[in-house]
Design a protein around this ligand. Sequence first.
Ligand code: HEM
Length: 195
Amino acid sequence: MNADLETADSRAQRLKAATRASHDALDKRIMAGGIFADRDRFARFLRVQYRFHRSIDALYASPALQALLPDLAERRRLPQVASDLQDLGQALPEADIAPLPADLPLPAALGWLYVAEGSNLGGTVLYKLAAGLGLDRDFGARHLAAHPDGAARHWRAFTAALDAVALSPAQEQQAIDAADDAFRSVHAHVEREFA
Ligand code: HEM
Protein backbone atom coordinates (compact mmCIF):
# COMPACT_ATOMS: atom_id res chain seq x y z
CA MET A 1 0.00 0.00 0.00
CA ASN A 2 1.45 3.39 -0.84
CA ALA A 3 1.63 6.37 1.50
CA ASP A 4 -1.21 8.25 -0.24
CA LEU A 5 -3.52 5.33 0.33
CA GLU A 6 -2.69 5.14 4.03
CA THR A 7 -3.21 8.83 4.71
CA ALA A 8 -6.24 9.45 2.45
CA ASP A 9 -9.16 10.17 4.77
CA SER A 10 -12.15 9.83 2.50
CA ARG A 11 -13.26 7.05 0.20
CA ALA A 12 -13.01 9.33 -2.85
CA GLN A 13 -9.45 10.25 -1.90
CA ARG A 14 -8.56 6.60 -1.39
CA LEU A 15 -9.98 5.74 -4.80
CA LYS A 16 -8.00 8.58 -6.34
CA ALA A 17 -4.77 7.44 -4.68
CA ALA A 18 -5.33 3.81 -5.62
CA THR A 19 -6.00 4.59 -9.29
CA ARG A 20 -3.53 7.42 -9.82
CA ALA A 21 -1.13 5.30 -11.89
CA SER A 22 -3.99 3.94 -14.05
CA HIS A 23 -5.32 7.46 -14.61
CA ASP A 24 -1.92 8.88 -15.50
CA ALA A 25 -1.25 6.07 -17.98
CA LEU A 26 -4.65 6.58 -19.58
CA ASP A 27 -4.31 10.36 -19.75
CA LYS A 28 -0.89 10.06 -21.41
CA ARG A 29 -2.09 7.41 -23.87
CA ILE A 30 -5.08 9.49 -24.91
CA MET A 31 -3.06 12.67 -25.39
CA ALA A 32 -0.42 10.69 -27.33
CA GLY A 33 -3.26 9.73 -29.66
CA GLY A 34 -3.40 13.35 -30.83
CA ILE A 35 -7.12 13.68 -30.19
CA PHE A 36 -7.07 17.41 -30.80
CA ALA A 37 -5.21 17.19 -34.11
CA ASP A 38 -8.43 17.07 -36.10
CA ARG A 39 -12.08 16.03 -35.76
CA ASP A 40 -11.43 12.49 -36.99
CA ARG A 41 -8.91 11.93 -34.20
CA PHE A 42 -11.31 13.45 -31.72
CA ALA A 43 -14.02 11.07 -32.97
CA ARG A 44 -11.80 8.15 -31.94
CA PHE A 45 -11.84 9.54 -28.41
CA LEU A 46 -15.61 9.86 -28.63
CA ARG A 47 -15.86 6.19 -29.58
CA VAL A 48 -13.78 5.32 -26.52
CA GLN A 49 -16.14 7.34 -24.36
CA TYR A 50 -19.17 5.82 -26.04
CA ARG A 51 -17.98 2.28 -25.34
CA PHE A 52 -17.24 3.16 -21.71
CA HIS A 53 -20.54 4.91 -21.09
CA ARG A 54 -22.48 2.18 -22.84
CA SER A 55 -20.82 -0.44 -20.65
CA ILE A 56 -21.95 1.34 -17.46
CA ASP A 57 -25.31 2.56 -18.71
CA ALA A 58 -27.44 0.06 -16.79
CA LEU A 59 -26.05 1.36 -13.48
CA TYR A 60 -27.92 4.66 -13.88
CA ALA A 61 -31.24 2.80 -13.70
CA SER A 62 -30.33 0.85 -10.56
CA PRO A 63 -32.81 1.56 -7.71
CA ALA A 64 -30.13 0.74 -5.11
CA LEU A 65 -27.76 3.32 -6.58
CA GLN A 66 -30.54 5.87 -7.09
CA ALA A 67 -31.36 5.62 -3.39
CA LEU A 68 -27.81 6.67 -2.56
CA LEU A 69 -27.42 9.23 -5.35
CA PRO A 70 -30.77 10.95 -5.97
CA ASP A 71 -29.53 12.82 -9.08
CA LEU A 72 -27.99 9.67 -10.56
CA ALA A 73 -30.19 9.58 -13.67
CA GLU A 74 -29.12 13.14 -14.60
CA ARG A 75 -25.49 12.12 -14.39
CA ARG A 76 -25.87 9.66 -17.27
CA ARG A 77 -23.84 10.82 -20.28
CA LEU A 78 -24.33 8.13 -22.93
CA PRO A 79 -26.92 10.21 -24.85
CA GLN A 80 -24.56 13.21 -24.99
CA VAL A 81 -21.66 11.07 -26.25
CA ALA A 82 -23.97 9.60 -28.90
CA SER A 83 -25.01 13.11 -29.97
CA ASP A 84 -21.36 14.19 -30.14
CA LEU A 85 -20.61 11.31 -32.50
CA GLN A 86 -23.66 12.11 -34.60
CA ASP A 87 -22.64 15.79 -34.78
CA LEU A 88 -19.37 14.66 -36.34
CA GLY A 89 -21.18 12.42 -38.83
CA GLN A 90 -19.92 9.25 -37.14
CA ALA A 91 -21.78 5.96 -36.78
CA LEU A 92 -22.15 4.63 -33.24
CA PRO A 93 -19.75 1.77 -32.41
CA GLU A 94 -21.20 -1.73 -32.60
CA ALA A 95 -22.55 -3.21 -29.39
CA ASP A 96 -19.78 -5.79 -29.23
CA ILE A 97 -18.83 -5.57 -25.54
CA ALA A 98 -20.96 -7.03 -22.78
CA PRO A 99 -22.28 -4.19 -20.59
CA LEU A 100 -22.26 -4.32 -16.79
CA PRO A 101 -25.45 -5.74 -15.28
CA ALA A 102 -27.80 -3.36 -13.45
CA ASP A 103 -27.51 -5.56 -10.35
CA LEU A 104 -23.74 -5.32 -10.10
CA PRO A 105 -22.83 -5.51 -6.38
CA LEU A 106 -22.96 -2.05 -4.84
CA PRO A 107 -19.24 -1.66 -4.02
CA ALA A 108 -18.25 -2.50 -7.58
CA ALA A 109 -20.92 -0.20 -9.01
CA LEU A 110 -19.57 2.66 -6.88
CA GLY A 111 -16.06 2.04 -8.19
CA TRP A 112 -17.20 2.24 -11.82
CA LEU A 113 -19.29 5.33 -11.13
CA TYR A 114 -16.34 6.99 -9.41
CA VAL A 115 -14.39 6.68 -12.65
CA ALA A 116 -17.28 7.92 -14.80
CA GLU A 117 -17.98 10.91 -12.57
CA GLY A 118 -14.32 11.77 -12.07
CA SER A 119 -13.82 11.82 -15.82
CA ASN A 120 -16.11 14.88 -15.85
CA LEU A 121 -13.47 16.79 -13.90
CA GLY A 122 -10.71 16.00 -16.36
CA GLY A 123 -13.32 16.57 -19.04
CA THR A 124 -13.31 20.29 -18.31
CA VAL A 125 -9.67 20.39 -19.47
CA LEU A 126 -10.58 18.46 -22.62
CA TYR A 127 -13.61 20.68 -23.22
CA LYS A 128 -11.39 23.77 -23.43
CA LEU A 129 -9.04 22.03 -25.85
CA ALA A 130 -11.97 20.86 -28.01
CA ALA A 131 -12.80 24.51 -28.66
CA GLY A 132 -9.78 24.49 -30.98
CA LEU A 133 -11.71 22.08 -33.22
CA GLY A 134 -14.80 24.29 -33.14
CA LEU A 135 -16.58 21.93 -30.73
CA ASP A 136 -18.61 22.95 -27.70
CA ARG A 137 -21.62 22.12 -25.51
CA ASP A 138 -23.94 22.48 -28.52
CA PHE A 139 -21.91 20.54 -31.04
CA GLY A 140 -19.45 17.66 -30.77
CA ALA A 141 -18.29 18.21 -27.18
CA ARG A 142 -21.62 18.07 -25.34
CA HIS A 143 -20.55 15.27 -23.02
CA LEU A 144 -17.47 17.21 -21.84
CA ALA A 145 -19.34 20.38 -20.89
CA ALA A 146 -19.35 21.18 -17.18
CA HIS A 147 -22.59 20.88 -15.25
CA PRO A 148 -24.37 24.26 -14.88
CA ASP A 149 -23.60 24.17 -11.12
CA GLY A 150 -19.90 23.95 -11.96
CA ALA A 151 -17.89 20.77 -12.44
CA ALA A 152 -16.19 20.98 -9.03
CA ARG A 153 -19.44 21.46 -7.14
CA HIS A 154 -21.15 18.68 -9.07
CA TRP A 155 -18.19 16.42 -8.27
CA ARG A 156 -18.27 17.27 -4.57
CA ALA A 157 -21.97 16.36 -4.44
CA PHE A 158 -21.06 12.96 -5.88
CA THR A 159 -18.09 12.34 -3.58
CA ALA A 160 -20.15 13.36 -0.53
CA ALA A 161 -22.67 10.65 -1.40
CA LEU A 162 -19.91 8.17 -2.23
CA ASP A 163 -18.16 8.83 1.08
CA ALA A 164 -21.40 8.45 3.04
CA VAL A 165 -22.02 4.83 1.99
CA ALA A 166 -21.11 2.35 4.72
CA LEU A 167 -18.75 -0.31 3.35
CA SER A 168 -16.72 -2.97 5.11
CA PRO A 169 -12.97 -3.02 4.40
CA ALA A 170 -13.53 -5.93 2.01
CA GLN A 171 -16.26 -4.01 0.17
CA GLU A 172 -14.06 -0.93 0.02
CA GLN A 173 -11.41 -3.08 -1.66
CA GLN A 174 -14.05 -4.27 -4.14
CA ALA A 175 -14.80 -0.64 -5.00
CA ILE A 176 -11.10 0.05 -5.55
CA ASP A 177 -10.71 -3.07 -7.70
CA ALA A 178 -13.76 -2.06 -9.74
CA ALA A 179 -12.39 1.46 -10.29
CA ASP A 180 -9.18 -0.11 -11.50
CA ASP A 181 -11.16 -2.43 -13.79
CA ALA A 182 -12.97 0.63 -15.14
CA PHE A 183 -9.71 2.40 -15.97
CA ARG A 184 -8.35 -0.77 -17.57
CA SER A 185 -11.47 -1.15 -19.68
CA VAL A 186 -11.17 2.42 -20.94
CA HIS A 187 -7.52 1.81 -21.67
CA ALA A 188 -8.50 -1.24 -23.73
CA HIS A 189 -11.01 0.88 -25.70
CA VAL A 190 -8.23 3.40 -26.35
CA GLU A 191 -5.82 0.71 -27.55
CA ARG A 192 -8.47 -0.49 -29.94
CA GLU A 193 -9.40 2.91 -31.34
CA PHE A 194 -5.86 4.22 -31.62
CA ALA A 195 -4.19 0.99 -32.80
C1 HEM B 1 -6.45 12.99 -21.94
C2 HEM B 1 -7.36 12.60 -21.13
C3 HEM B 1 -7.52 13.06 -19.71
C4 HEM B 1 -6.99 14.13 -19.05
C5 HEM B 1 -6.07 15.20 -19.60
C6 HEM B 1 -7.47 14.08 -17.69
C7 HEM B 1 -7.17 15.01 -16.73
C8 HEM B 1 -7.70 15.04 -15.47
C9 HEM B 1 -7.50 16.09 -14.51
C10 HEM B 1 -6.70 17.36 -14.75
C11 HEM B 1 -8.17 15.74 -13.40
C12 HEM B 1 -8.24 16.50 -12.08
C13 HEM B 1 -9.29 17.57 -12.15
C14 HEM B 1 -9.42 18.32 -10.85
O1 HEM B 1 -9.00 17.80 -9.81
O2 HEM B 1 -9.95 19.44 -10.89
C15 HEM B 1 -8.81 14.46 -13.64
C16 HEM B 1 -9.57 13.77 -12.75
C17 HEM B 1 -10.11 12.53 -12.98
N1 HEM B 1 -10.12 11.86 -14.19
FE1 HEM B 1 -9.13 12.39 -15.83
N2 HEM B 1 -8.26 13.00 -17.55
C18 HEM B 1 -8.33 12.36 -18.76
C19 HEM B 1 -9.04 11.25 -19.07
C20 HEM B 1 -9.79 10.54 -18.17
C21 HEM B 1 -10.59 9.40 -18.50
C22 HEM B 1 -10.77 8.85 -19.93
C23 HEM B 1 -11.13 8.95 -17.34
C24 HEM B 1 -12.04 7.79 -17.11
C25 HEM B 1 -12.85 7.29 -18.00
C26 HEM B 1 -10.68 9.83 -16.29
C27 HEM B 1 -11.01 9.71 -14.95
C28 HEM B 1 -10.75 10.66 -14.00
C29 HEM B 1 -11.14 10.52 -12.60
C30 HEM B 1 -11.84 9.34 -11.95
C31 HEM B 1 -10.76 11.72 -11.98
C32 HEM B 1 -11.04 12.11 -10.54
C33 HEM B 1 -9.81 11.96 -9.67
C34 HEM B 1 -10.18 12.36 -8.24
O3 HEM B 1 -10.07 13.55 -7.93
O4 HEM B 1 -10.61 11.48 -7.48
N3 HEM B 1 -9.89 10.79 -16.83
N4 HEM B 1 -8.50 14.07 -14.92
